[in-house]
Design a protein around this ligand. Structure first.
Ligand SMILES: [Zn+2]
Length: 320
């Protein structure tokens, strides 16, 4: 059976397949072992596959041969429901532009975006790197003709190099562009309040992991659940900070799409998005006037989107 997206009726591409079937061989279904070889390409008949060593003969046209590493952030299941709560104006802006806006990591309100820990843990964060840098600084001074650099000279040069390294690490935040989503099977009262400037103007779009991944006209992204941590211990060198946030944000249950691009210099990246694929349902806020629900439906239709518009269930009448 070819893997076909139910939303676009298209065969999904290799990148999407690697997300939806992350960690398993698409032929035998067995989990891929960390650090083993994986082969991707097309099977007879043109269908994409990502396979283990045992199944590599099943691939007729090889595309790539890689070593398998489990992605740092857990990839949610295809049918996981994702939500974006926003003001009506932002909703219209999305329809009008047809683009999802990816915020550059250093532009978020949270200064801990892409942080490895607290400032007071700086020495611990950089201790390993410092060890290597100390050796290279000594070699550098000797190469420059100073055959017996003094401890003072080494320390001075090391401090200079460390300062530059810290600055570079901070600059690295500018390479990450992020689209944030709230994972939930149902609506969340808290999210309505958090992400609308006036609750009565709130509109939420609901999608799924599969819809989101199939809707983006850019294949250079990763998707995953944010890991919430206390930072009691700073992140290690091998951990990628964009996938970690402080546990004070755990209520956001964030799934994020991340694009890494060091060449793009704007503080946000609009990404072409197929909105018909993206949007499954539209919800209007529990305190929205009735006319807003009608308006949301009509505006969506004007942009060619015939999607169910539902009133927030938080509005349902109680029975005592
Ligand atoms: Zn296999």
């Amino acid at each position: 059976m070819p893997i076909v997206s139910p939303y676009t009726n298209d065969k999904i591409n290799l990148h999407q397949l690697s997300i939806f079937k992350h960690g398993v061989c698409t032929v035998c279904g067995k989990p891929l072992a960390e650090c083993t070889k994986v082969y991707s390409g097309k099977k007879k008949g043109g269908e994409y596959a990502i396979v283990c060593e045992n199944c590599k003969d099943k691939i007729e046209t090889h595309v790539a041969e890689n070593v398998y590493y489990r992605q740092e952030a857990e990839i949610p299941a295809c049918d996981t429901k994702l939500w974006r709560y926003q003001d009506f104006s932002k909703f219209v802006s999305l329809l009008d532009s047809g683009k999802l806006f990816f915020t550059r990591a250093d532009s978020f309100d949270d200064p801990f975006e892409c942080a490895r820990g607290f400032n007071f843990q700086k020495d611990a964060v950089y201790s390993e790197i410092e060890k290597y840098l100390r050796l290279s600084v000594k070699t550098k001074l000797m190469d420059a003709g100073n055959n017996h650099p003094s401890d003072d000279e080494i320390e001075r040069e090391l401090k200079k190099e460390m300062d530059e390294l810290v600055k570079r690490q901070e600059e690295k935040r500018k390479e990450y562009f992020v689209s944030c989503w709230h994972e939930n099977e149902r609506e969340s009262e808290g999210m309505w309040k958090l992400y609308t400037s006036a609750l009565s103007q709130g509109v939420a779009i609901q999608t799924t992991v599969e819809r989101l991944c199939c809707s983006l006209e850019n294949d250079c992204f990763e998707i995953g659940k944010v890991n919430y941590v206390t930072f009691d211990k700073p992140l290690t060198e091998t951990q990628v900070p964009v996938w970690y946030k402080r546990d004070v944000f755990a209520h956001e249950r964030e799934v994020r799409v991340v694009i890494k691009d060091s060449a793009y210099t704007c503080n946000g990246m609009p990404v072409e998005t197929n909105l018909d694929t993206l949007i499954e349902k539209i919800y209007v806020s529990p305190t929205a006037p009735e006319w807003l629900a009608g308006l949301v439906k009509r505006v969506a239709l004007q942009y060619g989107l015939d999607k169910p518009v539902e009133y927030s269930r938080l509005n349902d009448k109680p029975c005592y």
